[in-house]
Design a protein around this ligand. Sequence first.
Ligand SMILES: [Zn+2]
Ligand SMILES: [Zn+2]
Length: 266
Amino acid sequence: MLDSLIENNGPTARLVYHLRRRVAAAGVDLLYPPRCACCDSELMGNHDELLLCTDCCRSLGPETRPCCPFCGAAGAVDGVPPERCWLCRKTRLKFDKVVPLGDYHVAELHDVVLRMKRPVHESLSAAMGRLLARRRRQQLAELRPDLIVPVPMYWTRRLDRGTNSPEILARELGRTLGIAVRRRVLWRCRNTLPQAGLPPGQRFQNVRGAFRVRSGRRLRGARVLLVDDILTTGATCSEAAKVLKKAGAAMVAVAVVARAQGPNTT
Ligand SMILES: [Zn+2]
Ligand SMILES: [Zn+2]
């Protein structure tokens, strides 16, 4: 209705409409100044849609980080691409690549990942999705994903937690990169023990058979970007990638906020 009104009244009406919107937005900003989704400080001046302050962006880790070209583990590069690091060479992971935002051992990022598991911090999850898309835009674009799939949670855990950070991350990645998000392609058909409480050796066994692809969904030849908040041994994402590939996916890459590594990392 509004669109047709603007179309019928030409460029002047369009200009007035956009000016009104700008003024209204400025008014809202004045009444409710935008705040950083991480530290809640007031964002001054020309903030952008990221809604994170400069200090928080800096504290979450450097913009670029040298890492294994396959599993994204930092400081583990001992060869040139496409060589794998020692961490992923000993495990045959089923996905094709990991694109992490940063390292779980960075205290600020560690804290953010823990907060993202609570409903009160959903705006933080969204901001991290936008930061991941912005900082890793080139790597993600080079993967040429056709669709984005969040790693699903079992329904009881989702109810218990009251939020689903992989879904929020996927939504923001999709919106920023212009890629379709498919929440229902993959589902978790059985509950599993929390991976964080298990030794690395048991994590692959724990998630075996935990995912299924919904019937009727066409994945043949698709390039899939799986999204999760954290990747440690890679067991969960590897199991999900195995199922997606079995259903016809040509490529499965993983985008995560934090890459943890090592036998004692949870
Ligand atoms: Zn901040
Ligand atoms: Zn590696």
